[in-house]
Ligand binder design. Structure first.
Ligand code: C2E
Ligand code: MG
Ligand code: MG
Length: 678
């Protein structure tokens, strides 16, 4: 039986040495039984399988079940012959009985289960690997795929085995992937990224490893491992976008702008063309933000961003580089004049009215411009100089455009000096408070005075507040400055009262920042009243309409505390913010001051007339006292009187003057300045 079996039957001793072997060994491995007598089984197999076989046989001795494994016997001619080996240890005979069966030409890929431990382990790795593992032959026909690969591609295992790998690759990637696989079939492994197509046509991004597949020292195909990295790539792209784009508007951010500008400069150096940088800042954006809320402010920024994008060419970069600051890089500028045209287009795009939840916003911008190479040869310089030009455009009023000029640098330096100076102005007592009379429209008697600060600069002379209050706010000096004015005003009012002048209410302007949640304005007010002995009813605080909309809840608490201290509050510059009268109803205010921009045109503009008349009427329904600011003509007075405005303030009754001059006015007014109303 041993000799007639087509399988090789073997009996081996405890050391694995062959004692008896069937004649089939000649057919299978080219050796005659005599050749193999006394040879160790393990010596007959491929050196890589040797240890595994030895160990498996040794282990088999204690085991119940027979050993089955797949190994490679070495043919007499040197070939490796894949062979299935079954072995059982007989303790009684102190011998192994084995059946070796040459496998029909074994597939070159991973062994079937049930072979050696090593290949079983590999098999389990293959089966359970979360990445798709596959193999194809040199013709590109898939010959193996693990379950994860089916999961990844959506094709059933059987389907895959009748496909070529190319089908799974996005057409535009096929060439590149084929190159990699061809390289692998020549022995060069590599990792690369590609895009796969699933059965249902959807795509996925994959990280692929291509590995030459060898059998018997020959490359017989390619092994591949593919991992779905779609999510990873999406995250990568998202992070990349975050790093280079503004998340609100989707425009490039400062980083990307710097990059593009640098690039544009390098290009322009070669081509001899110009590059222009436009620096854009929205005017009064803070008012929108503060009075309508940040979410509306955000919407406005997005609208403006869209408009800017639309008025640019594809090649130009529009970036958002700060709160309400945008920058545009214009490449390939041939004529400097064309930049002015573009800048004007930008300005008019910004100025188109915006409707935002029932509010019609009039937006405007200021644009500064610098040109390469005239105004700088480096990206940073160009941007800074465009910024300087913008600053000057802004100072010139809304909707302005300025081209950079060298002397702007000087002025920028001067501004820095101002900052330094202002810090010391307080210590050096360079600030002074002037008072502007406020007059009752009927009696024309002075009933109040507004404290308006000035800076008595040693070189520049009397500097108006608009030139340094914003600076003081910017550098965190405003609370200190504001408290100083408050103290001066209370003290001055006491001095007038002590001098026997008719008592009047002095009003002090508060900066929006003085209403911040952590500001100590209440303490400052109480302190000023206590230390001067002024009765609270002779003090009034003016807050701008827009500041009311910031931190609504904490502002409300602060205003209530102020009112509870007996001090009245009025709303300044009314009409320039976007609050509604119904909102004001909730606030503990006692009056409002209509902004001078409305008063200026009342006798010329029907719109302004209507606005002013309606505002007065509505304010009265809410028991608010109405003051008209900036009254300069008798005509205006008559209009205001006819519409029952309560009080007026303006050059017609006197500009802001030093305290001694106001005392003079108090002594002699109203008789000397009486204006005919009727
Ligand atoms: P405001 O509170 O609206 O003050 C009225 C401004 O209008 C004053 O300018 C005043 O001189 C000016 N004005 C008054 N009547 C007329 C007129 O008939 N025609 C024209 N064209 N203007 C008139 P000023 O003193 O330059 O103050 C400007 C702004 O600076 C003030 O506007 C106020 O917002 C701010 N300000 C002034 N002093 C202080 C202060 O102590 N603290 C704070 N936070 N702001 C202040
Ligand atoms: Mg005021
Ligand atoms: Mg005002």
């Amino acid at each position: 039986m041993v000799d007639i079996s087509t399988d090789v039957l073997i009996a081996a001793d405890a050391q694995g040495k062959i004692r008896r072997i069937g004649k089939a060994c000649l057919q299978s491995w080219g050796y005659s039984p005599e050749d193999l007598h006394h040879r160790r089984l393990a010596d007959l197999v491929h050196e890589h399988d040797r240890e595994d076989l030895d160990q498996s046989l040794t282990k088999q001795r204690g085991a119940e079940r027979e050993l089955t494994l797949q190994t490679r016997f070495l043919h007499k001619d040197g070939r490796a012959v894949p062979t299935a080996l079954r072995a059982k240890w007989s303790a009684a005979d102190n011998a192994y009985y084995c059946v070796a069966q040459v496998l029909p030409h074994a597939a070159p890929h991973l062994a079937e289960s049930g072979s050696t431990d090593a290949s079983r382990r590999l098999q389990s790795l293959f089966e359970h690997h979360p990445d798709g593992v596959f193999a194809f032959d040199l013709d590109g026909a898939l010959i193996e795929a693990n379950p994860a690969f089916s999961g990844l591609t959506g094709y059933a295992h059987e389907d895959l085995l009748s496909m070529r790998y190319q089908t799974l690759i996005a057409p535009e990637h096929r060439r590149m992937v084929t190159e990699r696989f061809v390289a692998a079939s020549r022995g060069i492994a590599s990792c690369f990224e590609s895009v796969g197509v699933r059965k249902d046509g959807t795509r996925f991004e994959a990280a692929v490893t291509a590995i030459p597949m060898t059998a018997d020292h020959r490359i017989v195909g390619v092994h591949g491992i593919a991992r779905d990295i779609t999510q990873l790539k999406n995250r990568e792209r998202h992070i990349e976008r975050l790093a280079t784009h503004d998340s609100l508007t989707g425009l490039p951010n400062r980083n990307l702008l710097d990059d593009r500008l640098r690039h544009a400069v390098v290009q322009a150096e070669r081509s001899g063309r110009r590059v222009a940088v436009l620096f854009i800042d929205l005017n009064r954006f803070k008012v929108v933000n503060d009075s309508l809320g940040h979410d509306k402010g955000d919407i406005l920024l997005c609208i403006i961003a869209d408009r800017l994008r639309q008025c640019m060419r594809e090649a130009d970069t529009v970036a958002r580089i700060g709160g309400d600051e945008f920058a545009i890089v214009l490449e390939e500028v041939s004529m400097p004049e064309s930049v002015i045209t573009v800048a004007r287009n930008v300005l008019s795009a910004i100025e188109r009215p915006v409707r935002l939840e029932g509010h019609q916003l009039a937006v405007s911008g200021s644009v500064g411009c610098s040109l390469f190479p005239k105004d700088g040869t480096e990206a940073a310089t160009l941007l800074r100089n465009a910024d300087l030009a913008m600053y000057e455009a802004k100072a010139a009023g809304g909707g302005a455009l300025r081209l950079y000029k060298a002397d702007m640098d000087e002025r920028a330096k001067a501004r820095l000096t101002h900052e330094h100076d202002l810090r010391r102005a307080l210590e050096r007592d360079e600030l002074v408070v002037y008072y502007q009379p406020r007059v009752d429209i009927n009696s024309q008697a002075i009933v109040g005075a507004e404290a308006l600060v000035r800076w008595n600069h040693p070189e520049r002379g009397l500097v108006p507040p608009n030139e340094f209050i914003p600076l003081a706010e910017e550098i965190g000096l405003i609370s200190q400055l504001g408290e100083w004015v408050l103290m001066q005003a209370c003290m001055q009012n006491r001095i007038w009262q002590n001098a026997g002048l008719p008592p009047l209410k002095v009003s002090v302007n508060l900066s929006p920042m003085q209403l911040d949640p952590d500001s100590a304005i209440i303490d400052a007010v109480k302190h000023a009243l206590r230390s001067t002995g002024l009765e609270p009813r002779w003090l009034e605080l003016e807050i701008t309409e827009s500041s009311l909309m910031q931190n609504v809840e904490s502002t409300l608490i602060k205003l209530e505390e102020i009112r509870n201290a007996g001090v009245s509050i009025s709303i300044d510059d009314f009409g320039t913010g976007y609050s509604s009268l119904s909102y004001l109803r909730r606030l503990p205010v006692s009056g409002l001051k209509i902004d001078q921009s409305f008063i200026r045109d009342i006798t010329a503009s029907r719109d302004d007339e209507a606005i002013v008349a309606a505002t007065i009427a509505l304010a009265h329904t809410m028991n608010l006292t109405v003051v008209a600011e900036g009254v300069t003509t008798e005509e205006q007075i008559r209009f205001l009187h006819a519409n029952e405005c309560d009080e007026v303030q303006g050059f017609l009754f006197g500009a802001a003057v030093p305290p001694e001059e106001l005392a003079q006015l108090l002594r002699h007014a109203p008789r000397s300045r009486r204006i005919a109303i009727h």
